[in-house]
Design a protein around this ligand. Structure first.
Ligand code: ZN
Length: 324
């Protein structure tokens, strides 16, 4: 009989849970509010209850669960299972998340950071399936990243690898949330795109001014995309600039890793060809010919589920390594 793996994706807003078989069949999934303000013990109780309830509803005994994989915001130590102090989980301070969850659930529990599990989800069940090396860029308020090489997550010696949003793309460039200047995230995130639009704002003739009531503090990425898609030249210029910055980051990864696929995730990918054509062109122009031709640049396949399914995939891989 097939055994099960459970993924639990702990976000600041929601806890998502999924039960998956070893053969990658998704048996069940659910989501419930995190109640982050209640503190770590209550959140861990809530996650344990979610796992047990979902298993019970599907007639799965916890003894048939091989492992539980937890995705959480960093910083953390993936090997010791300790979460340090994530900005969006108040009161979390050196919480031994893996051990505490093992106590509650009675099965091996593994933790990884949320960007890495989302990358692994795409590798395991999404747009990266069948490839042995992929790079994932997640485009949102920031730019997240993940790398799989030789079928394994690239975590680095301290577990801090794949911070692709903080590749330096400009000397003395825009100040980034991390404290450094010129990071990719400061240009290629949705926030970065809005910043680009504000820079040329005063001289611009654009429908964006009417869309945000001439107050560019109210400007959103969606407005820029909508105006660009309906032919507004300034909005299109801003969107293309954003895609070019992202393409430069992608080209660096193509030259560094020679990956089979680069996968883009997040709301911005709804722009389709308008985004992908420019990213692909920028990679062709800036990376070496052989790896640029090799690398497919594709939209994510799993959407919002990449994280929770990746939690399960990571846990299965780690369980198999420990029990090989
Ligand atoms: Zn940065």
């Amino acid at each position: 009989m097939s055994k099960y793996i459970v993924g639990v994706d702990l976000g600041g807003t929601n806890v998502k849970t999924a039960i998956v078989t070893e053969e990658k069949k998704v048996v069940a999934k659910e989501s419930r509010p995190t109640d982050a303000a209640a503190g770590p013990a209550a959140v861990m109780d809530l996650m344990a209850a979610a796992v047990k309830e979902l298993a019970k509803q599907n007639n799965i005994a916890m003894s048939d669960v091989l492992a539980v994989g937890l995705g959480a915001p960093g910083p953390m130590n993936w090997q010791t299972g300790i979460v340090y102090s994530p900005p969006n989980l108040p009161g979390w301070n050196n919480v031994p998340l893996a051990d505490e969850m093992r106590k509650r659930l009675g099965v091996p529990c593994f933790i990884d950071n949320d960007a890495n599990v989302a990358c692994y989800g795409e590798y395991w069940m999404g747009a990266g399936q069948g490839a042995e090396s992929i790079v994932v860029f997640t485009l949102g308020t920031g730019v997240g990243g993940g790398i799989v090489v030789f079928n394994q997550l690239l975590r680095g010696i301290d577990g801090t690898a794949a911070e692709l949003g903080h590749l330096t793309v400009q000397r003395e460039g825009r100040l980034c949330g991390c404290g450094a200047k010129g990071c990719l995230e400061a240009y290629a995130s949705v926030t970065g795109m809005v910043r680009t639009a504000r820079e040329g704002w005063d001289a611009a003739e654009t429908a964006l001014k009417e869309m945000c009531g001439d107050d560019n503090e109210k400007l959103t990425g969606k407005m820029i995309y909508q105006a660009a898609a309906s032919g507004d030249a300034y909005a299109k210029h801003v969107f293309d600039e954003t895609a070019i910055w992202l393409g430069l980051g992608a080209a660096s990864m193509v030259n560094a890793l020679n990956p089979e696929r680069i996968i883009l995730c997040g709301g911005m990918i709804n722009a389709g060809d308008m985004l992908f054509d420019t990213v692909r062109k920028t990679v062709r122009e800036n990376a070496f010919e052989v790896p640029a031709k090799r690398c497919e640049i594709l939209p994510a396949g799993l959407g919002e589920d990449a994280g929770v399914l990746g939690c399960a995939g990571c846990a299965l891989a780690r369980y198999q390594e420990e029990n090989a």
